[in-house]
Design a protein around this ligand. Sequence first.
Ligand SMILES: C[S@@+](CC[C@H](N)C(=O)[O-])C[C@H]1O[C@@H](n2cnc3c(N)ncnc32)[C@H](O)[C@@H]1O
Length: 385
Amino acid sequence: MAMDKELDLSVPSCIHLLSAFLAMEPPDVVISFARECGGDSITEIVQSFIWNHCISKADVKWQGPYLKRFLKKLIVEIESSGGVVLDELYEQYAFYMTSLQDDDVAKENSRVLKRISFLFPDESSGILSCPKSRKLEVQLQCSLNMLEGDTGCSIWPSSLFLSEFILSFPEIFSNKCCFEVGSGVGLVGICLAHVKASKVILSDGNLSTLANMKLNLELNHLRTGTHLLGHHTNCNMVNCVCLPWESASEDELRYFSPDIILGADVVYDPSYLPHLVRVLVVLLKCENSDSEEVQTGSEFDACQRKVTSNATPNAEFSSDPSVKGCVAYIASVVRNIDTLHYFLSLAKQSNLVVTDLTEKVKPFTFLPYVKSYKQSSIRMFRISY
Ligand SMILES: C[S@@+](CC[C@H](N)C(=O)[O-])C[C@H]1O[C@@H](n2cnc3c(N)ncnc32)[C@H](O)[C@@H]1O
């Protein structure tokens, strides 16, 4: 069906619709953006946009069951409000009905490919980490089973938060040796490489999570290795190491000697917390005086020139003069307050200095279309020795 008008892909509601679809946000969320695009109605022009930019470009191999669910909801939504559904959408849904079985959705450990778009505001925002395209798109293979790989094959909210944090305050991480504990799908590492950390070391204790993480790094054009010699490596190289907290030796940990440690949603299982705290203590005690001048690529340089002081969130929290040497940033959704208190008490017993930055750290909102995650639900701690 020919449409005489098209939606403009640079309009925020259209960008949000497409980004939410690519990130595989729940169909209701994508549909609410579709309604917004059409002025509270999923008009034929909106449907045409969905067909051209979402459905016809989707990869059934990675998104099949999601596409089927989304199209079903979309068609019901349009019909129930008396609208006319485009033939293409009906035909595609009929195709999914015959080619995709419902139990494909339920298959244990089935994988999907999510495309997470960090949307940078306009040119004047002064964000150091913005790419020329105003968008950084990260592709992540994830499991539909939240528990697969010891929970490491899914994207957890705190890694979205830490990613927004890194992209908002790249100057904290650029030219620094960054080490992440419990890295899961690898999103934080991809953002660290984007802001030109001098070295990125990702770690996890689960082997299938590590394999999935490496695959994700490669999907995002990063080279992976376990070659840790030297403080600086190629910016496109990310080191991945198997590091179960309970068996990591002091010598092994000292070898990493990071400037910054990161952890997203790693404070959840009380039985692992003494081991996690021991790992943090050893890493935080490491001396590292090897940092050099900021290394910047051309895109990064171009973005740096756009800095305007009033538009950039304030990074004062990172320059507390009493904090010297290595620091850790631990972001966490608090699911059980006792678990958090246990972590904090273990940290205190080990002479760690924990500062609650939750109220002080306000990263940019680069993921406005991700409704399943809210910055306000994340607690953020800076830890030093
Ligand atoms: C809830 S997931 C968070 C993953 C990722 N940081 C994120 O936010 O998306 C917890 C991660 O910690 C890892 N993990 C849990 N216990 C661990 C342990 N004892 N040693 C090392 N890694 C562990 C898991 O494999 C998993 O990747």
